[in-house]
Design a protein around this ligand. Sequence first.
Ligand code: PMP
Length: 410
Amino acid sequence: MTLSAIELKRQFPILHQQVNGHPLVYLDSAATSQKPLAVLEKLERYYKEYNSNVHRGVHTLGTRATDAYEGARERLARFINAKEPAEIVFTRGTTTAINMVAWSYARTVCGEGDEIVLTPMEHHANLIPWQQAAKATGATLKYIPLREDGSIDLAEAEKVITQRTKIVALSYLSNVLGIVNPVKEIIAIAHRNGAKALIDGAQSTPHMKVDMLDLDCDFYTLSGHKMCGPTGIGALYGKRELLERMEPVEFGGEMIDHVDLYEATWKEIPWKFEAGTPIIAGAVGLSAAIDFLNEVGLDDIEKHDKMLAAYAYDRLSGMEGVTIYGPKEGRSSLVTFNLDDVHPHDVATVLDAEGVAVRAGHHCCQPLMRWLKVTATARASFYLYNTEEDIDRLVASLQRAKEYFSHAIG
Ligand code: PMP
């Protein structure tokens, strides 16, 4: 094992409980990760010791809260290797961040005859905002076709991304197929055609080192709750010149410079995008999560999560009647599957009765489900606190589910 998941697991109090009479095996971290003591304690300290509004008061608690909030921005900028903290806008998560770009940036650059390029594997969060932007601007949506195993063919990307493309948006790590997409190459293709690239980093940021300067993406989005942080906090990274060009999408207190009865001007980036009281506790918690992930080490987390995905792939592909979606190679952190003739909701219910928590449904990827010719799947997703034994429990429970359903179906 690359890191001591057993030791790390001790730091996650929620994982030490019985569910339906069995020790919990949590295999749903792609939906949301669990939170270590370091994050929980930091949140408690924030509320007990220095809860206060930011950027306003001159009193001591206000200054401490402002330092913690802006300190979180600096930490996140370093964590993803952005050029400067001003390029980090705190948002509610990936969904809000993508909506901001689709609403504000897309409307300034797209018109009739322009194209927005996506892939069929995108989460609804990286699909519907672009549908809406296309409707509002007259731009057309285009899709890079996938290979049979669900991976992206760069030769196809070269054909679909053209001089008409204004924006290319795709996920770094697919929440269904588990594959790490060749985003660096696609960003380069976008740039060669004069387009900008947005990377949906909701799944990649928790599981691997991400580097804005190296990727050279124009926008990047992430969700704190998937990377050991609290819910309700995430971020939009954007290159300075693009964020400066964008209009705010929300207006009100905190984001203004000067206000008259009929006109107002905005603060500098990033604050012009953060109207109202910001997500202070969320940022403080995210900052603690980043410290935690740095301490464990992103390289070790990446190796561990890839190892678990490979182990799960091997164990599940050895079971008769199990179909796995997505390629074997280049996979990280999750396995999506179905059991022949059994609805994945039933599979998840039977697993839950043995304390094994997996997700079932369309995973907010309905077009991808249609592409896979299924209505839904089950998904087991892993993180730094999971072990091979957790996957053995999944396989054993799945085996019993199979036997149960084969009797039930007769
Ligand atoms: N994109 C991907 C690939 C995701 O997996 C998710 C979360 N399931 C999202 C976007 C949306 O993230 P959030 O709900 O945190 O905004």
